[in-house]
Design a protein around this ligand. Sequence first.
Ligand code: 5AD
Ligand code: SF4
Length: 439
Amino acid sequence: MNVYDAERMADILAPVGYMLTDTPDDADLVILNTCHIREKAAEKVYSDLGRIRLAKGARADANAMVIAVAGCVAQAEGEEILKRAPYVDMVFGPQTYHRLPEMVARAHRRTGVVLETDFPADSKFDHLPEPAAKGRTSAFLTVQEGCDKFCTFCVVPYTRGAEFSRPVEQVMKEARGLAAAGVREITLLGQNVNNYRGYVRGSAAWSLGRLIAELAEIDGLDRIRYTTSYPADVDEELIAAHRDVPALMPYLHLPVQSGSDRVLRAMNRRHTADDYRRLVASLRVAQPNLALSSDFIVGFPGENDRDFQDTMDLVQEIGFAGAYSFKYSPRPGTPAAIMEWQVAEGVKKDRLAALQDLLNAQQSGFNATCVGTELDVLLEGHGRHPGQLIGRSPYMQAVHVSAPDNLIGTIATLRIDEAHSNSLAASLLENRQTERAID
Ligand code: 5AD
Ligand code: SF4
């Protein structure tokens, strides 16, 4: 979502004369868009700011550069940033960036620090221009933002605010614009994307499943994905979309966090490990090719060896094609940060290593099963070697292939020759080079 937000910041600043540069060295404005989800990400802000300050200091006129901090660290630690990094000129949260032209003008006038971390009553989406999508084959589209779930480890409900769904017509318009500009694949974004409730005049709100079915009708949009979903909010309409909508890719990121019911309860996750098993089973009935990825936290307060084993057992049983896993990181202001029985760092480290060994083996195993099969690959651009293109399989695997440039932006059916831990190598099939997946 930060990638999407950063793109939209560029879109809103373009009409007032800003364009992207490759380095901060000669920039008039540097925006550091930040993440607060774990301590490591939040701390990185200060080392990055130190480097940006050097670039500012190296300029003949240091006032020529405005330094801004955006995103969830800005939201959570606005005042603290200004104290620790007094050379920062602007701090604004994730819900106020539609005001950027006005904020930037104020900052350039140098009449004091600009701080905008409120949650405005109006939605930024009502003020953003059409996204600039030229030359892209795949794009993000935020449909929902914020979270009301309050998992006890998580800062998102505090930094991104309450759940909000963009109205259906606004989403459809943005999607049509992307497709018209040549985008073939969209990833629908939301912290709780499957709790999407899109306003439609004269009808009940649309669910995510309904929205996906409608988006699939847009000419040129061949692939739809969504992330991140919350297991307890997966409904029948979404499961049906996995069965009935061919454009909906058979790859789903469905965070489970832990395989232990004790830990899930302490996390306030509102589902058990068995609920998750049952849900995956129904999704696999709807879409037998479904590959899954997930998020895991090890070392949540009170997690014992038995709980951790429950997580390993769940992973073993479900089988994941990919995953993100983290050591629990206490976050200021969240209930879990002050729970008893915090787990020792060494224990967290060992559990993470064991879990990642298993998940990596599953990912490599999944990639290996693709060798010898044919996959539809959306070719997105050039690879590292001359004559090589790179694209994505339906399962989000990076795929390399020797192929002519005119295939960029098309979906080609490729034969998979080799599997590596993080990518696949493929070759073109004779005679069928430009066939599209959906045609
Ligand atoms: N510590 C570790 N991991 C966390 N996540 C969220 N908050 C924390 C935390 N305090 C992970 C969860 C979530 C993903 C986006 O980040 O697994 O799904
Ligand atoms: Fe955070 Fe996701 Fe839980 Fe919301 S549902 S509190 S975003 S982990």
